[in-house]
Design a protein around this ligand. Structure first.
Ligand SMILES: Nc1ncnc2c1ncn2[C@@H]1O[C@H](COP(=O)(O)OP(=O)(O)OP(=O)(O)O)[C@@H](O)[C@H]1O
Ligand SMILES: Nc1ncnc2c1ncn2[C@@H]1O[C@H](COP(=O)(O)OP(=O)(O)OP(=O)(O)O)[C@@H](O)[C@H]1O
Ligand SMILES: [Mg+2]
Ligand SMILES: [Mg+2]
Lengths: 253, 253
């Protein structure tokens, strides 16, 4: 039943990694077998999963050294599995373009198709080959978005890029939802942007709002999700609610 | 006297564009002739300067069409000039690598060397050819940083990358300073990270703290800086203070 979902937005710092990690932990908490793939050279999701960066194999080993993806999978402390990321992924970004090996990740993921219920892919803040691999491998994309001006500005381009890629390569990735992150409804800017989103993107907008909550920013320094760090925090509960909303959207199709 | 400074950090959403735009406006307010270069395909600095994106020439025209950089410069409403950015810069990123044209921006900037006192370059959240061009053209780099775990994690790598690039290409770019942005000293995480920075990076840390202030997030939707939007806001005053600190560091050498 493996549903592969990409978390993407070329706007930086909108909560892609925070969403990937806390969604994976929440899905695992509902008993669904979940794999997280860190496609970002920064490797933030890898540290958030409690795995030491740059000391463990990444997709570099499966791409250049012929290792099987199953051999690089590590276990987080939150009940989900992870394929680590790190600086060496930059070499993949260059070689996939130069050798025209687009689609490499999709064929790797076939190996684990029957093991997981969900595969979540965290991507870097740029539409490079690594992000393209994630989009090509997915049946759906989640777009985390801050309710601020610069984020709103790039949204339409991003949705067009995702749709154009699917039709060009005849793959079936589509935007499953927009997630409003770090929301502080006390300020007018957030309310205004949120209203714009409700007017123009109503069908794809998730109802769950993720509030700004310091527990979400603290948790990665302990290598765990907010669910483990402080289960009753507003941040942890919001991501559990988001997981519930995602399950309804994806499993009831 | 033109001092060319890059604003860089591959961590997304740390306030690179907000710093570039508000620093340019503050330097202009002190009577220094300032040029802002938007090297980001997102083009956020271009909209913040009140210039309509994708309707005006970018460095694409100077790179592929032989236009002179002086012909693409526009005026902001804040008293600084800007070379616009936008999606078409992605073509430069690919061609600079493929045709080994590193150093193109530095030679373009020679044309305007005697016109400006400061040139500020905003970069995308990734260490690609566009960011490399900015680093190769600069005498100094400013690193905006959020006082949070993921930002701190990538800092040492970033500083090493900047220094390695300078020694490899025999250029004289160095890290002039780290700027703490979106600081909310009410929360312990920010205090803790700030203390870490003071212990390990004291010599390069700017004293000026940029507080989280909604006026900074509102201003770009009007195409102006916070200085114009609300001059007495904490955000606008912090960037004026930062410009003062930068001037002392750079001009008193
Ligand atoms: N809801 C939230 N409340 C408080 N802090 C948050 C929240 N979501 C994310 N953060 C913090 O904001 C910063 C940016 O989030 P994050 O790194 O997840 O974004 P990103 O989109 O993955 O960034 P990048 O573009 O660099 O990959 C991080 O320091 C994170 O801890
Ligand atoms: N001091 C501040 N107070 C409040 N909001 C801020 C502040 N600095 C930046 N912001 C807002 O935070 C978001 C991220 O800032 P900004 O876009 O400048 O970061 P960036 O590093 O340029 O992002 P990218 O990595 O996408 O280029 C923006 O919506 C911006 O308006
Ligand atoms: Mg991330
Ligand atoms: Mg920016």
């Amino acid at each position: 039943m493996n549903k592969t979902l990409a978390i993407a937005n070329q706007k930086g710092g909108v909560g892609k990694t925070t969403t990937a990690v806390n969604l994976a932990a929440s899905l695992a908490a509902t008993g669904r077998k979940t794999l997280l793939i860190d496609m970002d050279p920064q490797g933030n999701a890898t540290s958030a999963a409690g795995v030491t960066k740059n000391e463990t194999d990444t997709l570099y080993a499966t791409y250049f050294e012929g290792k099987n993806i199953k051999d690089v999978i590590k276990e987080s402390r939150d009940g989900y599995s992870i394929v680590p990321g790190g600086q060496e992924l930059i070499a993949l970004d260059v070689d996939i373009r130069d050798s025209h090996k687009q689609g490499f990740l999709a064929s790797q993921l076939n190996e684990v198709q029957n093991i997981y219920d969900y595969t979540i892919i965290d991507t870097p803040p740029t539409l490079n080959q690594l992000t393209t691999e994630a989009l090509l491998s997915s049946v759906g994309t989640l777009i985390p978005l801050q309710c601020e001006y610069y984020s709103l500005e790039g949204l339409t381009d991003l949705i067009n890029t995702i749709n154009a890629l699917s039709s060009k390569t005849n793959t079936n990735n589509r935007v499953i939802g927009i997630i409003r992150t770090m929301v502080d409804m006390r300020n007018n800017l957030a309310k205004e942007v949120s209203r714009e989103l409700e007017t123009h993107f109503e069908k794809v907008l998730f109802n769950t709002l993720i509030p700004r909550n310091v527990k979400l920013a603290e948790a990665p320094s302990f290598g765990i999700s907010a669910l483990q760090h402080k289960a009753d925090s507003f941040g942890a509960m919001a991501y559990l609610a988001l997981a519930g909303e995602l399950i309804r959207r994806v499993e009831n199709e």
